[in-house]
Ligand binder design. Structure first.
Ligand SMILES: *Cc1c(COP(=O)(O)O)cnc(C)c1O
Length: 428
């Protein structure tokens, strides 16, 4: 980054510091991941200079031949990866993908039924301070008080009384497989459309480690940067009959010029996700989340639902003498990043919380396996058992830093071996 260093020392320095943070800290935030050097390169490419309002072959600007190539590649690969009839790869984020579906499927005052944010749903699933809860009449479903699992009977009952026009399946903090066939049944029973938001689990679905929503949903929305491991962005999959409507609501309905450098990076990310190496990494991601949850349970911690089927789990700290906020704080002091999270039926508020959310995607991308998860579980336990003990935190921090040094992330502009394993290589 020599040009940047000459032009703007302050931003250059912040990036150096961030690189160092990503290298020497342990990332367990469930929505984060490391993208590959190829995906990183494309995001810094000249494609950022191009205006391309419209879609391939139907642009409002001249000079779009090259960006048409990359957008077509992204669309084709997304469709192949998920077996979808249509893909729109232009949404700038997961939230905007959701917004475009709402615009396509609903008009204001229509009703939406999504998972409650306090039980693991997302802001865009009907939260009252989000557009989804302001424009539409929203109701929510949650998990069972005893099992903490989605109760499909209860969701059916709620749908029958509320009569939603759109049902949203998908979550940001739910550790068990979601039964999309059941959601389809419920949607059909009440005559609603079904949207599946697979933002968190898209990589697991692409890697065949989670049931597939595409055959059941009218619309599937996602991010590209969580388990999928691509650039920060969103996309939409849908049945062919909704294609024109979705495209029109993304542009000109909601966005202007698409981010062609990001769309190109999505194309590369989808290509990487079509490999056996990617599938293996997703398998390991689930195995790692299970190993870490098990280690913490062995050490006396409560894990919501007693385990996980995906890349994340919620640690319930109610029986420990610490809040989610304080747990997040003292773990970050030793270089371990998690996020505080409400647990279902939490007695604390959203700012304090009784839980933390722990995810395995980023650590798995760095090449960590079950054995490392056991080590990490030990550190988490030691710190949470004595959060006031500065000597202990100092010694754990040193162990974490040394450990991270043996799992290099980005070195000298290239990336470490585990991240490259099984990626496609082109003949030059
Ligand atoms: C992360 C997430 C989103 C939104 O993604 P952004 O790119 O942050 O807007 C949407 N839905 C779910 C379920 C998510 O977890």
């Amino acid at each position: 980054m020599d040009s940047l260093k000459q032009v703007d020392r302050e931003v250059w320095q912040a990036i150096q510091d961030e690189l160092e943070r990503q290298q020497f800290h342990l990332e367990l935030i469930a929505s984060e991941n490391y993208c590959t050097p190829a995906v990183l390169e494309v995001q810094g490419s000249v494609l950022t200079n191009k205006y391309a309002e419209g879609y391939p072959n139907k642009r409002y600007y001249s000079g779009c031949d090259n960006v048409d190539v990359v957008e077509r590649l992204a669309m084709e690969r997304a469709k192949r990866l998920f077996g979808a009839e249509h893909a729109n790869v232009q949404p700038h984020s997961g939230s905007q993908a959701n917004m475009a579906v709402y615009f396509a499927a609903l008009t204001p005052e229509h009703r939406v039924l999504g998972m409650d944010i306090t039980h693991g749903g997302h802001l865009t699933h009907g939260f009252k301070k989000n557009f989804s809860g302001q424009i539409y009449e929203a109701a929510t479903y949650g998990v069972d008080r005893e099992t903490k699992l989605l109760d499909y009977e209860a969701i059916m009952e709620k749908a029958r009384t509320f009569q939603p026009d759109l049902i949203i399946a998908g979550a940001s903090a739910y550790s068990r497989a979601i039964d999309f066939a059941k959601f389809r049944e419920i949607a059909d029973d009440v005559g609603a459309l079904l949207m599946v938001d697979m933002a968190h689990i898209a990589g697991l679905i692409a890697g065949k480690q989670h049931p597939d929503p595409v055959p059941y949903a009218d619309f599937v929305t996602s991010t590209t940067h969580k388990t999928l491991g691509g650039p920060r962005g969103g996309f939409i999959l849908c049945k062919a009959k909704y294609a024109a409507k979705i495209d029109q609501k993304v542009f000109p309905g909601m966005q202007g010029g698409p981010l062609m450098h990001i769309i190109a990076a999505k194309a590369v990310g989808f290509k990487e996700a079509l490999t056996d190496g990617f599938r293996e990494r997703q398998r390991q991601t689930v195995a790692n989340a299970r190993a870490l949850a098990q280690e913490l349970m062995n050490r006396g911690y409560d894990v919501i639902t007693g385990g996980t089927d995906n890349h994340l789990f919620l640690l319930d700290l109610t029986n420990k003498d610490i809040s989610g906020r304080d747990a997040q704080g003292c773990l970050s002091e030793v270089g371990i990043y998690v996020n505080k999270n409400l647990i279902p039926f939490d007695e604390r508020g959203a700012f304090e919380t009784s839980g933390i959310r722990v995810g395995s995607a980023a650590a798995t991308t760095r090449g960590m396996k079950e054995q490392e998860m056991v080590t990490i579980g030990g550190w988490i336990d030691r710190v949470l058992s004595a959060p006031w003990d500065d000597e202990l935190k100092k010694s754990v921090k040193k162990e974490v830093t040394d450990f991270c040094a043996s799992f290099p992330v980005y070195e000298n502009g290239t990336i470490s071996a585990p991240l490259l394993e099984g990626l496609p290589t082109e003949k030059s």
